[in-house]
Design a protein around this ligand. Structure first.
Ligand code: CO8
Length: 259
């Protein structure tokens, strides 16, 4: 097991919980934090006992963005090289297991981008999302112009990326960025309950569902439909599929074996 300086990484039954833990800096995402997130995903993805991963921050901040103090003196080549070594910025998005972002407080810049790398976002009623990079003379660098645009459409993505303004949880839900909003003191409970539910499903089936939904953002409708059909048919090779349907017919809970 790895040790972490900037994160808490816990296993709660079949759920892996990653908590960003740099409270004084509002969980600013330094290269070290990015690197540890990638390592934690590696670790939890490889753990067969884990069926879903929750990524969260503190009540005040999920993450207030990349670490501006660390980035300020850097030049092109520092950032170019860091992409492939220290940061591994897209690692959360490439995780095969389902991931949920539980967002309270600020999710700005890289923080908003990190949340969008997860399969879905559950927000507290205090959550605030934004891409304020323009106010620093730069632009989003790990998905803010791409995933945000796919999630909320061009008008709102342009508005956020060009003005740098924040949107509150209600606006984010209306725009389709978050799947649900809960009271701040119920956020983790709600996210963990959703994760436990997902972790109790057939893991290969959950992975197929995730892969199929993700294809919708990468391909044409016809190609996406083909991927879905192929994965759907593949699920008929799963013992869990045979058991799930038999259990329904026999009016009993299924015995899921992840096979
Ligand atoms: N980086 C470094 N330190 C930060 C950051 C940050 N992004 N955000 C907050 N902090 C620090 C503050 O400097 C402060 O530290 P100190 O006490 O030592 O001065 C401490 O956290 C508390 O912050 P504030 O006093 O500012 O708290 P407030 O409650 O007054 O304000 C805000 C909260 C509104 C969130 C404010 O802190 C803020 O605007 N933060 C910056 C938000 C921002 O611009 N984020 C975008 C950063 S750029 C980015 O994310 C690019 C992504 C591309 C990634 C590419 C890979 C690296």
């Amino acid at each position: 097991m790895n040790s972490y300086e900037y994160l808490l990484v816990e296993r709660k039954a079949a759920v892996g919980l990653i908590t960003l833990n740099r409270p004084k800096q509002l969980n600013a995402l330094s290269f070290g934090v990015f690197g540890e997130i990638a390592t934690a995903i590696d670790e939890l993805e490889a753990d067969a006992a884990i069926g879903c991963i929750v990524l969260t921050g503190s009540e005040k901040a999920f993450a207030a963005g990349a670490d501006i103090k660390e980035m300020q003196p850097k030049g092109f080549i520092d950032m170019f090289n860091a992409d492939f070594t220290a940061i591994r910025g897209d690692r959360v998005a490439t995780c095969r297991k389902p991931t949920i972002a539980a967002v309270s407080g600020y999710a700005l810049g890289g923080g908003c981008e990190l949340a969008m790398m997860c399969d879905f976002i559950i927000a507290s009623d205090t959550a605030k999302f934004g891409q304020p990079e323009i106010t620093l003379g730069t632009i989003p660098g790990i998905g803010g112009t791409q995933r945000l645009t796919r999630a909320v459409g061009k008008a709102k993505a342009m508005d956020l990326c060009l003005t740098g303004r924040m949107m509150d949880a209600a606006e984010a839900e209306r725009a389709g960025l978050v799947s649900r909003i809960v009271a701040v003191d119920k956020l983790l409970e709600e996210a963990m309950a959703a994760a436990e539910k997902i972790a109790a499903m057939s893991q290969p089936a959950a992975e197929m569902a995730k892969r199929a939904v993700n294809r919708a953002f990468e391909t044409t409708l016809a190609q996406g439909m083909e991927v879905e059909r192929d994965l759907f048919r593949s699920s008929f090779a799963l013992q869990d599929r045979a058991e799930g349907m038999a259990a329904f017919i026999e009016k009993r809970p299924p015995q899921i074996r992840n096979r």
